[in-house]
Design a binder for this molecule. Structure first.
Ligand SMILES: NC(=O)c1ccc[n+]([C@@H]2O[C@H](COP(=O)([O-])OP(=O)(O)OC[C@H]3O[C@@H](n4cnc5c(N)ncnc54)[C@H](OP(=O)(O)O)[C@@H]3O)[C@@H](O)[C@H]2O)c1
Length: 367
């Protein structure tokens, strides 16, 4: 590190409090200057760190001397507005916010480049699984054609718990809540909306496409029963919520969906249990690259944020190029799944899509 990097933190919840503990345990590299939270008075005793200013006012953060603002409050507003304000105030930003990055990522990254500052967002997709870096850096030299991934740790924890214990979805959810892996309202996780927002971010990174999360077809996992999982098991599979995106550049056609489907027991996806995430990325020249990691939880997500902070601290002058995004001509959803399966009607279980295995019967009959 060149010199101590000063950091202001927005949000002292699951992720923010874990980041605060990391920052205060590395005093040589980072200095935590501010914590903004609407419960600042109530929460300040949870972090005995003298020298940290607790506040409820964003103006105080903007006037402060932090080099970087970490946004961990969640939601679209005021988070997006505060990220914009921090960039305009000359600060770099690290965010864990998939909703903001899926909807406003391109304009915020453009603003960051114009301001000569950085906006990093590894924590917004996959928690500690470094898929943003994999697509943005490691595989940037290839033309990515397909991403198949588990992107929602809550749903994965619920489905793998049902699979292991034979319990109901209701009981698996209670277990996930008790372990801090599910919120009181898990509908955005189970219905696929959370994974769709993350998939939209990945479509921008991998294919250079502007996709609104609402354009991505989602099928809910909320109706899956222990019986469905037992049937999948008997057929040599497991049920996982899979996010799938594939881009045909010749026809500018994007196929994108999030749905619970049957995957083979030996696959990287069936191996992901609890809050784990997994992804298989296919490139024209590199073939398949797999990544696997902890997709949720305060400590795991804080790792992704700390890695982004370390990258900024290493080179504060680096400017990340703003993305140039185009819109796909056509977006197809999960109906293509059934059409593809119909072509392989001779197989009970179709193994294709790089080890992804789906039942040939229409989706509604499968789960
Ligand atoms: N939790 C995970 O495993 C995980 C993983 C990856 C990414 N993320 C992302 O990380 C972000 C934070 O998630 P989280 O789980 O840490 O949420 P959280 O536990 O609800 O924490 C958010 C914190 O910000 C505060 N806050 C919310 N809105 C505010 C506002 N307008 N002004 C001031 N304070 C405000 C909340 O206060 P109250 O306590 O009063 O609500 C809370 O302390 C989200 O974007 C989420 O998608 C989370």
């Amino acid at each position: 590190m060149v010199s101590c990097c000063r950091v202001a933190l927005l949000g002292f919840g699951t992720v923010g409090s874990a980041v605060a503990r990391c920052l205060t345990s590395r005093p040589g590299d980072f200095q935590l200057t501010h914590i903004l939270d609407r419960g600042a008075d109530r929460k300040r005793s949870a972090l005995p760190a003298p020298g940290v200013a607790w506040t409820t006012g964003m103006d105080e953060v903007l006037r402060g001397d932090a080099h970087v603002v970490v946004e961990a409050i969640g939601g679209i507003e005021p988070a997006a507005g505060w990220i914009r304000a921090a960039l305009l105030a000359g600060k770099s930003v690290v965010t864990a916010n998939k909703q903001v990055m899926a909807r406003h990522g391109a304009s915020l990254l453009t603003l960051a480049a114009r301001q000569g500052r950085q906006l990093r967002f590894e924590a917004a997709v996959g928690g500690a699984m470094p898929i943003v870096r994999a697509l943005g850096d490691g595989l940037a030299g290839d033309r990515i054609t397909r991403i198949v991934a588990i992107l929602n740790g809550t749903t994965n924890a619920v489905l793998s718990c049902m699979e292991a214990s034979g319990c109901s979805l209701h009981d698996a959810l209670a277990d996930a809540r008790a372990r801090g892996l599910a919120e009181s309202d898990p509908s955005a996780d189970l219905d696929g909306d959370d994974a769709a927002a993350k998939l939209a971010i990945l479509c921008a990174l991998a294919f250079g496409l502007r996709v609104d999360p609402s354009q991505i077809d989602t099928r809910s996992s909320a109706d899956i029963t222990a019986h469905d999982l037992a049937r999948a098991r008997a057929a040599g599979g497991a049920i996982r919520q899979i996010a799938h995106a594939e881009y045909d550049r010749d026809t500018a056609t994007l196929t994108a969906w999030v749905a619970p489907i049957v995957v083979p027991r030996g696959s990287i996806f069936a191996s992901a249990t609890g809050a784990q995430n997994a992804a298989l990325i296919t490139g024209e020249h590199s073939g398949e690259t797999g990544i696997f990691g902890t997709g949720a939880g305060g400590s795991a997500t804080a790792v992704a944020i700390m890695s982004d902070l370390a990258a900024i601290a290493r080179d504060r002058a680096a400017i990340l190029p703003a993305p140039v995004l185009s819109s796909p001509e056509l977006i197809l959803g999960s109906t293509t799944l059934n059409a593809e399966l119909a072509e392989h009607a001779e197989n009970d279980l179709l193994c294709g899509l790089s080890g992804l295995c789906v039942d040939r019967r229409p989706y509604a009959e499968v789960v």
